[in-house]
Design a protein around this ligand. Structure first.
Ligand code: FCB
Length: 453
């Protein structure tokens, strides 16, 4: 059985973060308000009333955080750019100080040999755009492409590859359907125009990035879906969930069409949102890489509540993270081999743009080390089976603001953060990841020198 040390030479090691989860400094240097500033101010929206107003204060402490990354020996750093720092109202003039922050960040990363991998949208929409309908408004897709072009014009000389959106599934379902995340809407399936407009925004931004000679990825949250039993009713429920979670956000980009949405009770034109030509705009730019964020599989049964076409069940008899997410490393292999079967030659190279776990451990985080080792071993098996995976960005470098769960309850970092003092302390997993990267690299170098003529 191949293990993590057998991942191919040139495999890229990284960590991932997102702007609202780490930066803080929400009122500084001309940043406009985002939907997350508004949502976190809502009473009861976030555990313990936390907000990302300070978070990890990364806006001021990024040199220390880059030093931590350098200590890991990373190839790449996935972070997100806060749109409201670049265009405080989501349109119109550029806020020079906001752009300058990312310009410095990019230079500081490159100075220590780390390639920046920015995500243009990790859920922090400028509030002014939300006031005009947010992603339910088609116009937001066009504003997004303009913002992408602005940032690419400034950083594209040093940043080769870009991620347009992070997890449009989670943003649509948690943010617009269920109201668990910003902007806190509870539209159920009528939220799906927000999915289409994000995909349209992706396509328009991808075209703008390609025009500038840059590579484009999209990071989807994907899950292998398992029916609870082989019964036709459970199988139909699993297929409906697979459509909603996976295919709705990947088929249009890779295949140029939506899956059949009938099982979700959603019309083909997604309540009038899909206009002639849209699927070409989404599909034609193509993807240079698919970003996959994997946390766990999903077990699905026929609905007991007639309002939904499926029930989501826990997966028994496996460990669970602090979040209660089941730990199933082989699910990653099933997911990626399943993508290859589903999309065939339409599947571009994959980069794991998130994978990790929250634990209740402090610094001796053996649960995390076990989680990461098992997932990377499963990844190595998948690669040995012929799936083209180019890199792995673990979530996350540092403990951070975990959306609805606030600051303290879900710690995903390789580095512990004391939110009262902002003191960073590497956990055991930090040393483990550093050593893994070093050993893998040394092995590849040795094998390279043995096999080269
Ligand atoms: C993903 C998000 C990321 C983080 C992890 C735990 O869905 O993209 O921001 O919250 O979950």
């Amino acid at each position: 059985m191949p293990d993590r040390y057998d991942l191919p030479a040139g495999f890229r090691w990284g960590v991932a973060t997102a702007a609202y989860q780490i930066e803080g400094a929400v009122d500084e240097d001309g940043r406009g308000p985002s939907v997350w500033d508004t949502f976190t101010a809502r009473s009861g929206a976030i555990r313990d009333g936390h907000t990302g107003a300070v978070a990890c204060d990364h806006y001021h402490r990024h040199p220390e955080d880059i030093a931590l990354m350098h200590g890991l020996g990373l190839d790449g750093y996935r972070f997100s750019i806060a749109w409201p720092r670049i265009q405080p109202t989501g349109a119109g003039p550029v806020n020079a100080a906001g752009l300058a922050f990312y310009d410095r960040l990019v230079d500081d990363l490159l100075a220590v040999g780390i390639t920046p991998l920015p995500t243009l949208f990790h859920w922090d929409l400028p509030q002014a755009l939300e006031d005009a309908g947010g992603w339910l408004n088609r116009d937001t897709a066009y504003r997004f492409a303009e913002y992408a072009a602005i940032v690419a014009d400034r950083l594209g000389d040093r940043v080769p590859a870009w991620i347009t959106l992070n997890e449009p599934f989670v943003h649509t379902v948690y943010g617009y359907a269920m109201g668990i995340h910003a902007p806190g809407r509870t539209l159920m399936f009528e939220a799906l125009p927000a999915a289409h407009h994000q995909l349209l925004g992706h396509g328009l931004a991808a075209a703008a990035l390609h025009e500038r000679g840059l590579e484009v990825m999209l990071s989807n949250n994907l899950t292998p879906v398992e029916p609870a039993t082989p019964s036709p009713a459970d199988a139909a429920a699993a297929a409906a969930y697979d459509t909603l979670h996976n295919r709705l956000f990947t088929d249009p980009v890779l295949l140029g069409r939506y899956p059949d949405l009938a099982a979700l009770g959603v019309p083909d034109d997604i309540f009038g949102a899909v206009r002639p030509g849209d699927l070409d705009l989404i599909h034609t730019p193509g993807l240079d890489g698919l970003g996959v964020n994997y946390y766990n599989p999903t077990r699905v049964a026929a609905p007991t509540d007639p309002g939904l076409p499926f029930d989501l069940l826990d997966i028994p008899d496996v460990p669970h993270t602090a979040f209660g997410w089941p730990v199933v490393p082989d699910g990653l292999r099933r997911l990626l081999t399943g993508l290859r079967i589903r999309y065939g030659t339409a599947l571009p190279p994959i980069t794991m743009t998130e994978n990790g776990c929250s634990t209740t451990e402090d610094l001796d985080d053996t649960f995390r080390i076990d989680y990461l080792s098992a997932h990377l071993d499963a990844l190595a098996t998948t690669v040995a089976e012929g799936v083209d995976v180019r890199g792995y960005y673990t979530w996350s470098l540092i403990d951070n603001f975990e959306w609805a769960e606030g600051l303290f309850s879900q710690r995903f970092g390789l580095v512990h953060v004391d939110f009262a003092t902002q003191r960073r302390t590497p956990k055991a997993s930090y040393a483990w990841y550093r050593d893994l990267i070093a050993v893998h690299r040394a092995r590849c170098a040795k094998e390279g020198s043995v096999t080269s003529p």
